[in-house]
Design a protein around this ligand. Structure first.
Ligand SMILES: *Cc1c(COP(=O)(O)O)cnc(C)c1O
Length: 429
């Protein structure tokens, strides 16, 4: 029941009663969908729990090392837990991997050699990788080291262009990088099953092709991960899904032992690899965050679907829509005007547990040809598993948002975003 106390508290926190009623109705319609999401979380919770038990995670694993970090049994056990959850031979899970981009860079640079070719069979990769690969001329890029890049764009309907992919694969093609999430693009996110089909297709053409998946924002959204369908390497950020909101920094690379080891030689030094790397007291957060990740991810997905439904109700275009299957935690909403984008972000910010009192404003950012607005009131700087939104201020005025450590908070944030639109008379109830 929607108790009077709850309603009063929402009113006190700035949400209007009519908006609450609408949200109640929409939440009611989502019951079955939410049950399904809870079941996925339940399965993934068991998966993580089982891996922790099998590896006898214990208090001794929570003390950190310093300096070289030799014999860090917590670090080694955490890596074994990741390897078990992803069903891979090996894992590199380190606070020294400072972001998703860094983890992807280490995986690529560790496994490619001068003269090799890198292939993206799914179109343009995430913005930050343009510099890494050298699509955009950048100091230290893979291109500077003589690694060539080929890209096969998706077909107009968002599907894989198998003919062109077959043409692109040649004896020099060493590694194919597949980005699972659409990121901040307007293409669909791929299901793990679709990624599996693509990998099978490419491996038939070149069995020794290393297939790597950029798994950012995808972890624990489904029952399986890309490594369950043939990916040789899978890479992500710990301040997104698998850190569960508790990891203060970090990235992971899981996959075949040889390829993970190659990445480790690049992260630390040739010959040293995984043997060094202090955890500096962060082990507890990395273990506990991974333990919480399945339910945190489910909260974020519920928030994304709830938002899709509500914004659809007000006539805005949303991607994905309110009914389609989800393969990552990102929600795009096209708001049609700069004022609406700003109001949306103000709402997300005002709903945050941290810095709720600040007002986000659009500003110029390197790499963008227009102003960008960002809303984030996060415990961990830049953590996008926490409720956050950002948008370039340009047509069609699409805002991308993601995260929410709890469903209740995601819900409040979305209601607050709508409340700001209502207050500015940009929508009507
Ligand atoms: C977030 C993300 C990355 C890496 O971004 P960082 O901000 O460096 O962690 C790469 N690919 C995708 C699809 C992402 O969502």
């Amino acid at each position: 029941m929607f108790t009077k106390d709850l309603k009063t508290f929402y009113n006190k926190m700035g949400i209007d009663s009519k908006l609450l009623e609408l949200s109640r109705k929409i939440e009611g319609e989502l019951k079955e969908r939410f049950n399904h999401i809870d079941e996925i979380a339940e399965y993934n919770q068991l998966k993580v729990l089982n891996a922790m038990q099998e590896n006898k995670v214990s208090d001794a694993h929570f003390s950190g090392t310093t300096g070289y970090g030799y014999d860090d049994i917590g670090r080694d056990t955490l890596e074994q837990v990741y390897a078990d959850v992803f069903h891979t031979e090996d894992a590199l899970v380190r606070p020294q991997l400072i972001s998703g981009t860094h983890a992807l860079t280490v995986a690529l640079a560790g496994n490619l050699r001068p003269g090799d070719e890198l292939l993206s069979p799914v179109g343009k990769p995430y913005d930050t990788l343009e510099g890494v690969i050298g699509i955009k001329e950048t100091k230290g890029s893979l291109a500077e080291y003589g690694i060539k890049y080929r890209q096969v764009d998706l077909k107009a309907d968002g599907s894989f262009d198998y003919d062109k992919i077959r043409e692109a694969i040649n004896p020099k093609t060493k590694l194919a990088t597949i980005q699972r999430s659409k990121g901040y693009d307007d293409r669909p996110t791929f299901s793990v099953e679709q990624i599996g089909e693509l990998i099978s297709f490419m491996k038939k053409i070149k069995p020794d092709l290393i297939c790597m998946v950029d798994n950012c924002y995808g972890e624990f959204v489904e029952l399986i991960e890309p490594t369950d369908v043939g990916a040789d390497l899978c890479v992500g950020s710990l301040i997104k899904n698998p850190g569960g909101g508790l990891a203060p920094v970090g990235g992971y690379i899981v996959g075949k032992q040889e390829y993970v080891e190659n990445a480790a030689y690049r992260l630390t030094a040739p010959g040293l690899g995984k043997e060094v790397g202090p955890t500096l007291g962060l082990n507890t957060s990395l273990f506990q965050g991974f333990f919480l990740a399945p339910t945190v991810v489910s909260a974020a997905i519920k928030g994304a679907i709830f938002a899709a439904k509500l914004y659809e109700h007000f006539g805005f275009e949303v991607l994905p829509d309110g009914v389609e299957d989800r393969y990552d935690i990102i929600q795009a909403v096209t708001l049609d005007s700069p004022d609406a984008v700003i109001a949306f972000c103000e709402g997300i910010q005002a709903a945050a547990p941290v810095d709720s009192f600040v007002t986000p404003v659009p500003y110029a950012m390197p790499g963008y040809n227009c102003d960008v607005i960002m809303a984030a009131g996060a415990f961990i700087q830049g953590a996008s598993i926490e409720l956050s939104a950002d948008a370039p201020i340009r047509p069609p005025y699409t805002v991308f948002f993601q995260g929410g450590l709890t469903w209740q908070h995601a819900k409040y944030g979305i209601l607050m975003s709508l409340q700001k639109l209502l207050d500015k008379k940009l929508i009507q109830l």
